[in-house]
Write a protein that binds this ligand. Structure first.
Ligand SMILES: Cc1cc2nc3c(=O)[nH]c(=O)nc-3n(C[C@H](O)[C@H](O)[C@H](O)COP(=O)(O)OP(=O)(O)OC[C@H]3O[C@@H](n4cnc5c(N)ncnc54)[C@H](O)[C@@H]3O)c2cc1C
Length: 299
């Protein structure tokens, strides 16, 4: 079997993994990054809320990050990892082509997958009025009618946030499931709540124009925010006994981005909301430095 050795391995080439690679490689440890750039959540997005880069595409941001990390010596392999294991202090990952990579330290930056609504129009209008992130895109809908759908606190917080951008916010929810205080804030706000309802279809030619509810009411909106939560790629973390939150969506870390397993770190969306580049990059920096420090102990 083909086996290669590194000091630090990073799973994921999104903002968290790239920043971890930059700080890890600059700490003079050998670093391997595995993952696919086009699988990063930010790949197709346009970004205007990331500090110092007011107008950049996700694709370009990632490309620049990869080149920057390469200049400091990080290696990149565009493959997913299918299995992880640990024996004594040696961590092994197996890539999709069957190569085994060993390291002293491992950083999970594998991001999350947002849950889809799975209705007609959603895929075609993604990025053309269909959004999965209020914090990222609310600013594009100033004074324009919008809908948001979901049942939990992310949807309700999202709806309340949207009221500071526009007067017309429809919240479509099968059953609102939030604490009393948040529910009161919602009732006292300008949000138009459609409880017990689902979106049946998102309509529009080249951009969202309306949503059709399951009672056949049509709401004229320019944007639809889908806030149905997210799922992480947790099996890999499970193999290693890494502690997760109670819903098995996020990896639990401390302020050093350490998991409960020595030598294993996590950063970015996989550690929980807010799902934002700025947070991913900050956590990636800490994880890269800490993982390098840990790996050097084995020299
Ligand atoms: C449509 C959209 C618009 C957005 N707009 C903004 C915005 O304007 N501003 C903002 O701050 N944030 C925005 N976000 C959020 C932002 O994209 C995320 O917060 C950020 O990408 C998180 O970085 P990350 O590195 O944690 O994960 P990601 O960027 O999602 O990267 C995850 C990486 O892990 C890799 N991976 C997954 N599984 C494996 C595996 N088994 N083996 C190896 N690698 C694996 C993937 O290939 C990928 O490279 C947006 C998100 C979306 C979906």
């Amino acid at each position: 079997m083909n086996t290669k050795e590194y000091e630090v391995i990073i799973l994921g080439t999104g903002p968290a993994g790239l920043q971890a690679a930059i700080h890890g490689a600059r700490s003079k440890v050998s670093v391997l990054v595995l993952g696919k750039r086009e699988q990063s959540s930010i790949y197709r997005a346009h970004i205007e809320n990331y500090c110092c880069l007011p107008n950049i595409s996700g694709d370009e941001l990632l490309q620049q990050g990869i080149e920057q990390a390469r200049r400091f010596g990080a290696d990149f392999i565009e493959e997913d990892v299918l299995a992880t294991s640990m024996k004594d202090d040696l961590i092994s990952v197996t890539s999709e082509r069957g190569t085994v990579y060993n390291a002293r330290s491992l950083i999970f930056t594998i991001g999350i997958t947002r849950n889809n609504l799975n209705v007609p129009g959603e895929n075609a209008l993604r990025g053309y009025g269909v959004s999965y992130c209020v914090d990222c895109d609310a600013n594009f809908y100033k004074n324009r009618p919008v809908a948001i759908t979901g049942n939990g606190s992310a949807a309700v917080h999202g709806a309340l946030t949207l009221t500071s951008y526009t007067d017309t916010v429809h919240l479509i929810s099968e059953k609102i499931n939030v604490d009393e205080l948040l529910e009161r804030q919602l009732r006292e706000s300008a949000v138009k709540t459609h409880e017990g309802r689902k979106i049946k279809e998102i309509r529009g030619d080249n951009a969202v124009q309306s949503v059709l509810l399951d009672n056949n009411v049509s709401l004229a909106v320019d944007g639809v925010f889908i806030e149905l939560g997210a799922k992480g790629a947790m099996e890999l973390a499970g193999f290693l006994g890494i502690q997760m939150d109670e819903n098995f969506r996020h990896i639990e870390v401390n302020r050093k981005q350490e998991t409960n397993v020595p030598g294993i770190y996590a950063a970015g969306d996989i550690c929980g909301p807010p799902w934002q580049i700025a947070k991913a990059v900050g956590e990636g920096c800490v994880a890269g430095l800490e993982a390098a420090r840990y790996a050097k102990k084995f020299r």
